[in-house]
Design a protein around this ligand. Structure first.
Ligand code: DHB
Ligand code: FE
Length: 289
């Protein structure tokens, strides 16, 4: 501790002490680290009264844009890289064959199960189709995993997920698929298109102030799970998309790109998902069923 501890330091110590009786050791640790760093932040920034008013008003405006359809707080965490940091911290190991991506705000609970080879796009959904096939297998033993579940979702060509767009049928461009006895799956989807994250809220203000483009590279989401294996939360990007290097939410990476090959009026993509042994947990869906 500094020898010239002033009144601010004494206050921080007093607050830390006031929260030192939390019973749950993990919660106690989290609260103390939070106090220490938030106090340090305020001191380093020399936050003025006006700035503090701006800050809580900003949070109030984020809350006003948050509900069952949308979470501005999650979006904020995404655009400042915190969500991807948490993914990296928990899941990225050296030699990771397929990268972990953030879940993002658009996973919806209870995506419908669909038959092998079925399309997640309704017939009247515009856009070029891609037939995606591949294999889910044990990363260490290379044995196929039968009955693995692939939960997939993507935006339409207008940039909207089904829940944001009254013109799309319920659960359009969403679905769950099961692997067969050889660990194989086949899905028809749209060739993904690039689009921006929502910028009509406080997060948009931040992006404009930073002169950061709000664009996410074209992608399709996958959560691949099976009992006894660590759940793989990932996205597939289109090889050659320049936005991959400048993803608004810092998740796109080289270990998540697929080669989309033109085949007549559609595309084909072969993509395998190796799973590591571990605990099978499903992330919470930000959008309710
Ligand atoms: C975010 C993630 C997405 O997958 C998406 O399509 C839009 C936004 C996000 O992390 O905020
Ligand atoms: Fe997305």
């Amino acid at each position: 501790m500094e020898t010239t501890a002033g009144p601010e330091q004494a206050l921080t110590e007093k607050v830390l002490k006031a929260y030192s009786n939390i019973e749950n050791p993990r919660l106690k640790f989290i609260v103390s680290v939070l106090i220490k760093h938030l106090h340090a932040c305020v001191k380093e920034m020399q936050v003025t009264d006006d700035e503090w008013e701006f800050a809580w008003d900003f949070m109030e405006r984020m809350a006003a844009m948050t509900g069952p359809e949308r979470n501005e707080f999650l979006l904020f965490a995404d655009v400042i890289g915190v969500s991807q940091l948490i993914e990296t911290l928990n899941h990225e190991k050296p030699g990771q064959p397929v990268g972990f991506a953030l879940v993002g705000p658009f996973l919806r609970a209870n995506d419908p199960f669909r038959e092998r080879g079925a399309s997640i796009a309704s017939d009247d959904t515009t856009g070029t189709r891609v037939r995606i096939s591949g294999r889910v297998f044990d990363f260490e033993t290379n044995t196929p995993i039968e009955g693995a579940i692939l939960d997939t979702w993507q935006a339409a060509t207008n940039g909207f997920y089904e829940n944001q767009d009254p013109n799309q049928p319920d659960y359009n461009l969403r679905g769950r698929f099961r692997t067969d006895e050889n660990g194989n799956f086949e899905i028809v989807a749209l060739k993904p298109t690039a689009y921006p994250v929502p910028t009509d809220g406080p997060v948009g203000e931040l992006l404009r102030a930073a002169r950061r483009p709000p664009d996410r590279p074209a992608h399709i989401h996958f959560i691949v799970s099976a009992p006894g294996y660590e759940t793989l939360v990932t996205q597939i990007f289109v090889n050659g998309d320049p936005i991959i290097e400048d993803d608004a939410v810092f998740t796109a990476s080289r270990n998540m790109v697929g080669d989309f090959e033109k085949e007549g009026d559609h595309f084909r993509l072969t993509y395998d998902f190796p799973l590591k042994r571990g605990v099978s947990i499903m992330p919470k869906a930000p959008i309710a069923a």
